[in-house]
Design a protein around this ligand. Structure first.
Ligand code: C2E
Ligand code: MG
Ligand code: MG
Length: 563
């Protein structure tokens, strides 16, 4: 008998030793006051044994768990049942640790326990790895915002809440306009910097109690606005987001101006699950993009109906180029002083068998976004050169053909060679073409673009700045670039005369003259506009007053008459 008791005591001693070596051990009385703490518990909590004994676990409470969590634990163990769970605690030095815990009430099976033995395992490292995995899966490493997966997780929760409280919330889809341009012209580092700066500025300016931000794709963000009271709330928020983009961003010394297009969907009106809310906000965003960028649209059902999917449009465009269904039209350019034709501008036309004429303003941005602008732009250059040479061969007096180039084409390594090749192929002298670039080339110009412009210029090609006045370039920029012509944007001409624009147009003309540049006014529609420009000494013009863009046969008729 004694031997058995001895063996038993030995076994208990061994078990205790093994437990102390392997686990964190704590024993409390029925009130939760610590009566025993082993060395491992002292180690992890960073308290001395004397500090722990006589205290409750309150001292290591991290505040992480909700009250219900501990309530449920106490209900379980007070009944005499075993409780298991993971607890996050705070050590004496303020650091956090996680323990996988099992609490066993004593005496065994009693409905009124008088002590609790708790055995714990340190799982802090494991939790940290779990957190990292979660972060990787649910967060965007660049902006530290939740990603698309995080968005869906969040929305499902938000829907639960809104259903419970019978409230509404808005999902605002934000897509940056022409972000690809920044990436392609200034490089990915600058692009990434811009995304970070945007996330940071939005975080600063939006009320974090009401809104949560996500980055759900390359240049796509969403903002979820909880508990909205009315559609006016949504409009105010969307306007606020647009406002946030008004100041340029300073990224690695570049002042970058960028605008967003926003689309809004509202729970429960526009959908009752995260997929449909996101899809509809996206549809509304595309709608905003198609209708001029830099504003917001709230989803309506009609958008679904007349909205031709961008991918379909792009596929159709590829088919059109391949099957030779694209066309160039030519708009005469006129000497303002004597109204004689001095050249033409080539403008791309796409007549779709089902959808009819699709304006270039609609399909060129899509081609730019996908990179398809490169083969498309090459086709334009080759076709325009060939056409101009044909007219010369037919005996008409030679004139300059203007060709629009997208900023992205300047990213093309062999742009200069390609132009040279198009000229060679068509046997056209370089002095009979003019490349039109927009101001965005200038705002973001790198030495690469300037090199290319200089090389083109050295070949004898003319260079003009299109839509001048709508961007951010100044004459200071142009001064150092190989530019021949400034084209005043149509928006300044349309209000002429008798408007504020008079002053702007006059200033552009006189500054251009001071720099020895030619000036052309776009979009002249009335005699009055013409006479104002004539009087101010503008050299060239283009517009419906003289002629709309015409197919080549019509241009030939015109040339015939002129001859
Ligand atoms: P843009 O280069 O500024 O071309 C002038 C636009 O103004 C043309 O529109 C022309 O039809 C229009 N226009 C000319 N005169 C008048 C007028 O008196 N009144 C009004 N209201 N409009 C006038 P279009 O052909 O729709 O082209 C729009 C833009 O699409 C062009 O603006 C250009 O930026 C772009 N684009 C056209 N073809 C090409 C191309 O081959 N390559 C590239 N990259 N862009 C192109
Ligand atoms: Mg143009
Ligand atoms: Mg223009």
């Amino acid at each position: 008998m004694l031997q058995i008791e001895h063996k038993l005591l030995e076994a208990i001693e061994s078990i205790k030793y093994a437990l102390d070596q392997s686990s964190i051990l704590v024993i409390t009385d029925e009130k939760g006051v610590i009566t025993y703490a082993n060395e491992k518990f002292c180690e992890i909590s960073k308290y001395r044994e004397e500090e722990l004994l006589g205290s409750t676990h309150q001292m290591i409470n991290s505040g992480y768990h909700k009250q219900d969590f501990f309530k449920e634990m106490w209900t379980t163990i007070r009944k005499g049942d075993i409780w298991e769970g993971c607890i996050r605690n705070r050590a004496k030095d303020g650091s956090f640790f996680w323990v996988d815990t099992i609490i066993v009430p004593f005496p065994k099976g009693s409905p009124n326990p008088i002590s609790y033995v708790s055995i714990r395992r340190d799982i802090t490292k494991q939790k940290e790895i779990e957190r990292q995995i979660y972060e990787l899966a649910y967060y965007d490493p660049l902006t530290h915002l939740r990603n698309r997966r995080g968005f869906h997780e969040y929305i499902e929760q938000e829907i639960e809440n809104a259903r419970h409280e019978q409230s509404m919330f808005a999902t605002i889809f934000i897509d940056l306009d022409r972000f690809k341009l920044v990436n392609d012209t200034l490089g990915h580092k600058v692009g990434d910097g811009l995304l970070e700066a945007i996330a940071c500025r939005m975080n600063e300016r939006l009320d974090s109690k009401l809104t949560t931000m996500f980055r759900i794709g390359g240049d796509e963000f969403t903002v979820v606005w909880s508990n909205i009271q009315s559609i006016e709330d949504v409009k105010a928020t969307a306007a606020k987001i647009l406002h946030i983009f008004e100041e340029p961003f300073d990224i690695k010394g570049y002042q970058i101006s960028i605008t967003p297009s926003l689309g809004v969907s509202i729970y429960p009106t526009h959908g009752e699950d995260s997929e449909s809310l996101l899809r509809r906000a996206d549809t509304a965003m595309y709608y905003a993009k198609e209708s001029g960028e830099n504003h917001y649209e709230i989803y309506t059902e009609e958008m679904e109906n007349d909205f031709v999917n961008r991918t379909t449009l792009e596929q159709e465009l590829r088919i059109a180029l391949k099957s030779n269904k694209l066309q160039l039209y030519y708009q005469p350019k006129i000497n303002i002083q004597n109204k004689k034709m001095v050249g033409v501008e080539a403008l791309l036309r796409w007549n779709h068998p089902e959808w009819g004429f699709i304006p270039p303003d609609k399909f060129i941005p899509i081609a730019e976004n996908s990179g398809f602008i490169i083969p498309l732009g090459e086709w334009v250059i080759r076709t325009a050169c060939k056409q101009n040479k044909e007219w010369q061969n037919e005996g008409y007096a030679p004139f300059i053909m203007s060709i629009n180039l997208s900023t992205l084409q300047f990213k093309q390594q062999n742009l200069v060679e390609m132009v040279a090749d198009a000229l060679r192929e068509s046997d056209l002298d370089a002095k009979w073409i003019e490349i039109e670039i927009t101001e965005s080339v200038l705002i973001n110009y790198g030495s690469e673009v300037i090199d290319k412009l200089n090389q083109l210029k050295a070949m004898g090609v003319h260079i003009s700045i299109d839509d001048f006045g709508t961007g951010y370039s100044s004459f200071n920029h142009i001064k150092n670039l190989p530019i021949d012509i400034v084209k005043i944007d149509r928006s300044f001409v349309s209000e002429l005369p008798n408007s504020n624009d008079e002053a702007i147009v006059k200033a552009i003309i006189s500054m251009a003259q001071a720099l020895n540049l030619k000036v052309l006014a776009e979009g002249i529609e009335t005699e009055k506009q013409w006479s104002f420009l004539h009087q101010e000494g503008c050299q060239e013009g283009q517009g419906f007053l003289f002629s709309k863009p015409l197919p080549s046969e019509e241009i030939e008729k015109l040339l015939h008459r002129n001859n």
